[in-house]
Design a protein around this ligand. Sequence first.
Ligand code: ZN
Ligand code: ZN
Length: 102
Amino acid sequence: MTSKPLPHLTATGTCWCGCATKVGAGSFFAPGHDKVAEAALLAADYGASIAQLLHGHGYGPGHSVTARAVRAGVWEKCPSCTYVGAPASIRNHAKKAHPTQP
Ligand SMILES: [Zn+2]
Ligand SMILES: [Zn+2]
């Protein structure tokens, strides 16, 4: 399974958090405003609860969102343990959790 196709978005020169700040070409957000928008969406639509967010997308204890990310090919599983994460996180994790002997 691969990740679902996402629509192509075009940066418009105005911050997408809705604050009307002008941003450079190619940017969707003024610095830090991506986190503001994320928190606002979570608060407005999911009661600021990640559990509600997951449930709203059909995920939960019996339907693992992290396993979904691995199946979609955007996350990986650590070859040495059950840790999953983005490829860069896996590399960081492996360095700390499974240091190779010199
Ligand atoms: Zn903004
Ligand atoms: Zn590991």
